[in-house]
Write a protein that binds this ligand. Structure first.
Ligand code: ATP
Ligand code: MG
Length: 573
């Protein structure tokens, strides 16, 4: 490939709309171009990167016995109605782009493919003899994201590898899941990513049924809680705090709480300012509806509620924050003044609440709070739960160490689905006794374009991208310093030809530009190995060879430069 034929346009300055390094560098180095909000053109150099990542994905998945397929992106509403997901995916907050065809039939643009694949499985997989099976595809997905941002990290259409396994038993599911988990580790490793598999939501199977693959990065949108001593790692949604509390003994001679006026101060921030105390001194009382019934959740003022934990503690199938009318009904006050004393619904109390010795709570009356409240004395505490998001410095749930928190980018997700889709969509097989059972499924996703964002986010310096060799658009960047010098071009063309013949992918910067300009672009584009030909070196009969990101320059003889470069590449692959 020749740069002159690449319609390469590089930018010297950071584009105004780009906030994070991967977005800036991919735009500046000419890999992507914005077409609309969350919509990008993948230019030829990026397409080569995507092809290399896809090839790694294919190799590793094929090795597990998974089969590549290609499913339609236009999906009939009827399939999503059968699974029960059409309404949720297409209402105001839904992420599915949807449309009608000329005949007025409703269609969705696939954000994921459980419905399509389960319908196919129900049609084709009828007997235990046909199972297990695992199918995957690499294809564009569409999602009407609330906030597309950060270049190709979160877009409205993106490349995803999605896979779906089908089996007759939990054992078959576990085998497929472990094979995918291990294949993911190899894929991310080969892509040059530092990654962390973390426990994620458990879904219908419960237990250890889902892992996300996170790339630790300061601009990641997810929070990962992990223990530096043991292997515990989970996303914030799932992470346990490892806190326990002993139930408080009632204090016999405790003075009654003091009623303090807090006019128009309903938030913890406002009240703590007014009363000059820290949020840690507050007990915040959040009113939820668990399966439709009101329940109060008590947390320390600076902690954040975790709905999954609340749902489990309430033994409910769904929880949501209560509406204003419910809050008025159980507290007798408008939003912002709820407290556990005299509240007309059951309370779920977080482990950290009893440790607050003299707490501030809402008074269940407009514009009033109570101070000097002692949990277990002024309101009953008979049981405590883990109801909040884990944070850094919480105790590890698995060992005596304390937890750490880092930002992460979710690049992949493996999930034991169980029979959620096979039951609703009637995908059954018969066993050896001709008895029918729902097929047991797993699903497995990798955000291929997000992998690119993650690589650039973690592999760059102030001058540009530093591609890991395995996924670089080309292995070698060949720079003839002066393209008008026939000697320079003769030597460059020869090496270009020799490398191409040897199957090494080379990008030659054959533009008539100053050396400084070409070096800047080379650093920006980030191709791993750079060969420079011309100037003093040519007179001495040598080329200059240098790895991107390393200060060391090698000077092989011009005649043996091709062999030297091949050795260098072999030593790193
Ligand atoms: P997120 O929580 O980041 O929105 P998700 O959990 O909804 O992602 P999955 O349904 O698990 O995403 O999709 C599988 C993979 O696809 C994700 O792990 C991620 O790498 C990628 N992905 C999801 N949404 C996007 C997007 N809008 N843009 C780019 N990649 C995405
Ligand atoms: Mg996910």
């Amino acid at each position: 490939m020749r740069v002159s034929r690449l319609m390469l346009v590089t930018l010297r300055d950071d584009p105004a709309e780009a906030e994070i390094p991967s977005h800036k560098l991919l735009l500046r180095a000419g890999y992507i171009r914005r077409v609309g909000s969350g919509i990008y053109a993948y230019l030829p150099l990026l397409w080569r990167v995507l092809q290399k990542i896809s090839a790694i994905v294919r190799e590793e998945l094929n090795a597990t016995g998974a089969l590549e397929t290609l499913l339609p992106q236009l999906q009939p509403a009827e399939l999503w109605q059968r699974s029960g997901r059409w309404a949720g995916y297409t209402d105001g907050e839904g992420i599915m782009f949807h449309l009608e065809d000329r005949q007025g039939r409703e269609l969705g643009l696939g954000p994921t493919h459980e419905e399509v694949i389960t319908a196919l499985a129900g049609d084709l997989l009828r007997s235990y003899r046909q199972l297990p099976v695992n199918l995957y595809q690499i294809q564009t997905k569409f999602r009407n994201e609330e906030r597309p941002r950060f270049g190709v990290l979160r877009t409205s259409e993106f490349l995803m590898k999605d896979a779906y396994s089908f089996g007759t038993s939990l054992e078959q599911l576990n085998v497929a899941y472990d094979a995918m988990y291990n294949a993911y580790c190899r894929i991310f490793e080969r892509c040059g990513l530092k990654y962390l598999p973390v426990e994620a939501e458990s879904g219908p199977i419960g237990g250890d049924a889902s892992h996300e693959f996170m790339v630790p990065a300061s601009n990641g949108e997810d929070f990962v809680i992990h223990c530096p001593d043991c292997s515990y790692a989970a996303n914030q949604e799932r992470a346990e705090t490892g806190r326990k509390s002993s139930l408080p003994q009632p204090v016999t001679d405790a003075p009654a709480p003091t009623l303090v006026p807090t006019p128009d101060a309903g938030s913890i921030e406002q009240v703590s300012k007014l009363l000059k105390s820290s949020p840690q001194a507050f007990i915040k009382t959040l009113i939820y509806k668990a399966d439709g019934k009101p329940v109060a959740v008590l947390l320390r003022g600076d902690h954040t509620a975790n709905e999954g934990k609340i749902r489990r503690a309430a033994k409910a199938t769904s929880v949501e924050l209560a509406d204003e009318a419910t809050i008025l009904q159980v507290t007798g006050a408008p939003v912002g003044f709820a407290g556990p004393i005299g509240i007309q619904c059951p309370c779920l109390i977080d482990h950290d609440v009893p440790a607050i010795r003299s707490a501030i709570i809402g008074a269940n009356a407009k514009d009033a709070h109570l101070t000097g409240v002692i949990p277990g004395t002024h309101f009953p505490v008979t049981e405590t739960f883990d109801l909040r998001n884990a944070e850094a410095e919480d105790p590890c749930p698995k060992c005596p160490a304390t937890l750490k928190m880092v930002h992460g980018i979710e690049v992949g997700h493996v999930f034991k689905l169980g029979t959620r889709y096979s039951i609703s969509m009637n995908a059954n097989y018969v066993d050896a006794q001709e008895v029918s059972h729902p097929i047991i499924m797993g699903c497995y996703g990798i955000g291929v374009t997000r992998v690119v964002a993650s690589i650039v986010e973690t592999c760059h310096d102030e001058n540009g991208i530093i591609w890991p060799l395995n996924v670089a658009p080309c292995s070698v960047m060949l720079i003839p310093l002066n393209v008008t010098d026939p000697e320079v071009m003769k030597a460059s063309e020869r090496i270009y030809q020799e490398l191409n013949d040897a199957g090494v992918d080379v990008l030659m910067d054959d533009r008539d530009q100053r050396p400084g300009f070409k070096f800047k672009d080379a650093d920006l584009i980030g191709i791993p190995l750079r060969i420079t030909i011309g100037g003093k070196g040519l007179a001495e009969g040598i080329a200059e060879v240098k790895w991107r990101g390393s200060a060391e320059t090698h000077k092989p003889a011009l005649a043996s430069t091709t062999a030297f470069v091949r050795e260098q590449l072999a030593s790193r692959s």
